[in-house]
Write a protein that binds this ligand. Sequence first.
Ligand code: TXA
Ligand code: MG
Length: 337
Amino acid sequence: MAATDDPQALDAAVGQAAGVLKAGGVVALPTETVYGLAANALDASAVARIFAAKERPAFDPLIVHVRSLEHVAEVAEIPAEFADVIGKIAAAHWPGPLTILLPKKPNVPDITTSGLPTVAVRVPADPVFRRVLKECRFPLAAPSANRFGRISPTSASAVMKELSGRIPLVLDGGACSEGLESTIIRLVPQDKRPRIEILRPGPVTKEMLQVFGQVKILKGGPTPEAPGRLPSHYAPKTPFRLVESLDDWEPEPGRRYALLSYSGDPTAGYTGLTDWAHIISLSPGNGKLHEASIRLFHVMRQLDELGVDEIISEPVSEVGLGVAIMDRLRKASGPRD
Ligand code: TXA
Ligand code: MG
């Protein structure tokens, strides 16, 4: 693990990471959303090392990170009919937690996009990631730095728990400032302005995108176009259940439960429902969705280590960032394989 918290340490860590990446290796890097496991997006054998370290199935494509909108041309076409709206969206949200699906260029190997004709592109904001991108001068493919199907890591120590012994280097950039993976969108031609479809809700919300056109959140299970929307993603090892309606749940005697509470307020939510073995709140600062987003994966990891029989989660209100939080809670609560 390499520290980045003073200028000298940062220079050394960036140099070390760029060295590994230029040699075709993988490195775990901080982003503002979650930690990513990076490799040269244009080098098929480097990208294969990401899939191997994560035990990720080959049908689940990666996000490619570039330095700015200008650098998107290295990996993707921007169709003329979308150029205007993409320029506006990029000006508002790049660098930042937003990924756009675009037609891929032939130099992007099939393994990076799982054979799809599109590539998912993002301009990350994290300063450490940006330094590494600049030093490498090639785009970096980076999925979340967890083993496949598990909780995304939002700290360097969480990456170590997931991938220690499988990867040569983790750059420690501190805790992620967003805490949830980027919003993934695609554009669809429509009469006046292209429609914006959200394939994965994230920190850039429907409300924020509505100024650029009509926005639709795609619901439902995995499709050939978005295989990563598998229901069992983000799963803790401990059975995890999102209880959206209290009619759906009654505690079983003798079972030890932990509660993932929204505010932790003893007079609200599910805190009084039963004799909880543990209660951890998402937003102890009293109901702020941003605080809840930042803490969600960290808290899910904490709950997973308590040794209870089952984790029960309260729902959060499905507005703004609450849409992305509920998406992750539903997936964590989905069927197991
Ligand atoms: O915030 C993020 O997006 C983080 C950081 C590291 O940038 N990355 C991330 O990557 O969450 P990952 O691999 O865990 O999730 C990427 C998702 C997957 O669900 C994948 O199926 C989808 O993006 N995806 C990638 N390329 C796609 C494509 N061409 N078409 C449809 N879905 C795509
Ligand atoms: Mg992931």
